[in-house]
Design a protein around this ligand. Structure first.
Ligand SMILES: [Zn+2]
Length: 254
């Protein structure tokens, strides 16, 4: 029964981050924490952007990153620039992927921003196999923005995504503290985050290509989303895709 509710909460947590704000869900799942937000100690932030779209300068992206890192620090997280942060059990990488396209013959840009968090998860299969999962945080649909609104629009969206992460992180932290106070466990005895994760909920880092194209993508790429079911090929690794004769997409950099 306990396991069942953990799984349900994991699904709710990973795919519907609004669950905490819904009164009835909150009551039914009182003191259930979100496993992916537990035991976070160190965090790194990566903002991916199309450097060929030169309307926003490199300094804009650097400032945007610094601003968001500042918010993470204010929430008492250690911010690191370590690229291998997910090699640590308490390390989380947040990846903000900004896709940007100039609309031909119009002073408009199409903008799509997706934010994921990557961290180690242990499979609850009795083995100690560790998997680095990429968990969707916020996916924003395509927005059309004029050139003079572009910098503010991207900053507001990215800032909103980081705020969403911090709300979930802080909600889990305070639920954990309440739970520990009630059960008399010290915070140090907190379970590893992934114990509630079942293999069926694991999303591997798979790559996607069309039978009719030489390019492969991350599943979240806008080009990948246009591939119909019958033409869709998937690969479990980058090497597998390359060995099959595909090359990486220039938009999503798989
Ligand atoms: Zn792509």
């Amino acid at each position: 029964m306990k396991l069942k509710s953990n799984i349900l909460f994991f699904i709710a947590g990973a795919f519907c981050f609004l669950s905490l704000s819904s009164g009835s869900v909150q009551a039914a799942l009182a003191f259930q924490t979100e496993p992916q937000y537990e035991n976070i100690d160190v965090i790194s932030l990566t903002i991916k952007y199309p450097s060929e779209v030169s309307v926003l300068k490199e300094s804009y992206w650097e400032d945007l990153k610094t601003l968001q890192e500042q918010k993470l620090k204010e929430a008492d997280l250690n911010v690191s620039s370590d690229k291998n942060i997910t090699h640590s059990k308490t390390g989380v990488e947040i990846v903000v992927d900004v896709e940007l396209l100039k609309v031909p013959d119009a002073n408009l840009f199409a903008v799509r921003i997706e934010t994921v968090m990557a961290r180690q998860m242990l499979l609850a299969t009795g083995s100690d196999q560790i998997l680095i999962m990429s968990i969707p945080l916020v996916t924003q649909g395509i927005k059309f923005v004029s050139e003079h609104e572009l910098s503010d629009s991207i900053e507001n969206s990215v800032s909103g995504h980081i705020d969403q992460f911090l709300r979930n992180y802080q909600a889990t932290k305070s639920l954990r503290e309440k739970k520990d106070a009630q059960t008399g466990h010290a915070a140090a005895e907190v379970n590893q985050p992934a114990q509630a994760v079942q293999q069926t909920q694991v999303t591997r880092d798979v790559y996607v290509a069309s039978k009719n194209s030489e390019v492969f993508h991350k599943p979240g790429c806008r080009w990948a989303q246009n591939i119909s079911g019958e033409n869709r090929l998937t690969y479990n690794s980058r090497d597998e895709a390359i060995n099959a004769g595909k090359r990486p997409c220039k938009s999503c950099n798989p």
